[in-house]
Design a protein around this ligand. Structure first.
Ligand SMILES: *[C@@H]1O[C@H](CO)[C@@H](O)[C@H](O)[C@H]1NC(C)=O
Ligand SMILES: *[C@@H]1O[C@H](CO)[C@@H](O)[C@H](O)[C@H]1NC(C)=O
Ligand SMILES: *[C@@H]1O[C@H](CO)[C@@H](O)[C@H](O)[C@H]1NC(C)=O
Ligand SMILES: *[C@@H]1O[C@H](CO)[C@@H](O)[C@H](O)[C@H]1NC(C)=O
Length: 429
């Protein structure tokens, strides 16, 4: 018994002493492995940065503007963008070893994500402020429509020659099953849509859906909501420069003490939303990417509106103005860039018919005085868009607008001849 114990003890001692002898070797082995890992990591990183360098060189050398700054350098206001050719990042890269290229490709507009998946994906945002590629910021034009974009031929003239600087998204009523009859720039731009009713919270959901789809394209920097009855008031260069140089958002917000303002407040929204914070405004917003990210990510205020802002509450006139005024009032101009005529009263604004569309009307809408970027003094470019224009005013608009708005004149007659908009008109009548 005793000898067995002794035997066990000697064996243990042996093992221990062997361990002690092996220890330096083990330490050495550990060091070797660690060193190996460090070296391989270092080499991988070098490979990575090498690829990135090559990537950014090839993408910037393909750009005609090749400005030294990689992020957007503000253009002087009211000048056309410096580059005429689109500069979609690295789309022409010869090697496909870089997955950056895949990542930066604007996703297909018709996707099969459900609402939760879409909003979640759209809420992603990089935390490194500089882009490791040449990013040409785009304006996302979000069309919230019932059916077709009636005034598409006018928009077509507006967009012509500015490819690469804009993206278009259309949310139309799902019951509209027209086969994209409008025109080239709108073709294939319909996003998966749901039913929308005037004054209902689902209107806000549609606006979020439009924003979310547009956020999936990393190049979209400014986001403007429009409808089928909206028209531009200036040419593309002016609109683009005005928006890209803007340091502000354009979400109209004001305190309306009347029954159609504060009267629509619901006290069940307390404590998150108080009557003092309740705001009203036109739904026709224009905002930058940061605010768009906040709107699709809001999990505090939007659910409250979904729950309590129904039955004569008109969430589309109150949710954004209230949300932005509570959380992001800094940087909001509190005004809209879309002109609407409420002068005749009633629940709906004036709709302009063909005979009312004159150069004088358009000039009047183009010349208003407003503050820009909170600077001292005013500019005379106050509204960039206007509504509501009847589908039947299209041919008059095509007649009058391009001249008044300084669309690129040289191309104009050619464009008009090329257009088969007679088809659109025939269908309307
Ligand atoms: C690019 O991808 C294709 C298939 O997708 C492959 O055949 C080709 O070898 C790849 N080229 C490079 C440079 O990786
Ligand atoms: C559109 O829907 C209607 C019924 O809602 C149907 O009669 C019509 O054939 C559809 N048109 C197309 C182009 O799918
Ligand atoms: C917009 O309104 C908010 C109050 O809701 C105010 O704090 C802010 O200064 C206003 N901004 C401008 C530019 O007037
Ligand atoms: C755009 O319109 C402005 C005036 O609003 C004009 O000065 C400019 O020349 C126009 N740009 C083009 C490309 O026609």
């Amino acid at each position: 018994m005793k000898s067995q114990n002794n035997y066990t003890r000697t064996k243990l001692l042996n093992v221990q002493s062997q361990m002690v002898r092996l220890l330096p070797n083990l330490i050495l082995l550990g060091c070797g492995i660690t060193l190996g890992i460090i070296i391989s990591f270092y080499l991988q990183n070098r490979n990575f940065s090498f690829e990135f360098t090559r990537f950014s060189i090839s993408s910037s050398s393909s750009s005609p503007s090749s400005s030294s700054s990689r992020i957007f350098t503000p253009l002087p206001i009211f000048q056309r963008p410096q580059t005429e050719t689109p500069n979609i990042p690295a789309s022409k890269s010869k090697s496909n070893s870089s997955s950056m290229e895949e990542y930066l490709k604007p996703p297909v507009v018709m996707h099969d994500m459900d609402e939760d998946e879409l909003l979640w994906r759209a809420s992603m945002s990089p935390r490194i402020p500089d882009y490791p590629f040449q990013r040409v910021p785009k304006v996302a034009f979000l069309f919230l429509t019932k059916g077709p974009v009636h005034l598409a031929p006018l928009w077509e003239l507006f967009f012509k020659g500015h490819e690469g600087y804009y993206s278009i998204y259309v949310h139309s009523n799902p019951s509209y099953n027209g086969s994209d009859p409008e025109s080239k720039v709108f073709r294939g731009r319909r996003i998966p849509s749901k039913e929308v009713e005037w004054g209902n919270i689902n209107l806000m959901e549609a606006e979020q859906r439009l924003l979310a789809n547009a956020l999936l394209d990393i190049s979209n920097q400014r986001f403007v909501l429009l409808s089928e009855s909206c028209i531009p008031l200036f040419n593309f260069s002016t609109v683009y420069t005005y928006l890209m140089n803007s340091k502000q958002n354009y979400v109209m917000a004001f305190d309306d003490p009347s029954s159609v303002g504060r009267g629509r407040y619901r006290s069940r929204m307390l404590p998150q939303v108080s009557l003092r914070q309740w705001r009203k405004g036109s739904q026709w917003f224009e905002m930058d990417r940061n605010l768009a990210l906040e709107v699709v990510s809001d999990r505090v205020y939007f659910p409250i509106f979904q729950k309590y802002c129904n039955d004569d509450c008109y969430a589309d006139e109150h949710y954004l103005p209230t949300f932005v005024s509570i959380k992001f009032y800094e940087g909001n101009s509190n005004r809209s860039l879309t002109w609407v005529d409420w002068s005749k009263g009633g629940p709906h604004p004036t709709q302009f018919e063909s005979e009312e569309v004159t150069p004088e009307l358009l000039e009047r809408l183009r010349n208003n005085r407003c503050k820009y970027n909170g600077e001292d003094g005013e500019t005379n470019v106050c509204f960039l868009f206007a509504r509501k224009f009847s589908p039947f005013s299209l041919s008059k608009l095509l007649d009058v607008a391009p001249g008044v708005m300084h669309f690129s004149n040289a191309q104009l007659q050619e464009d008009l001849n090329d257009f088969d908009w007679s088809n659109t008109l025939r269908k309307l009548k």
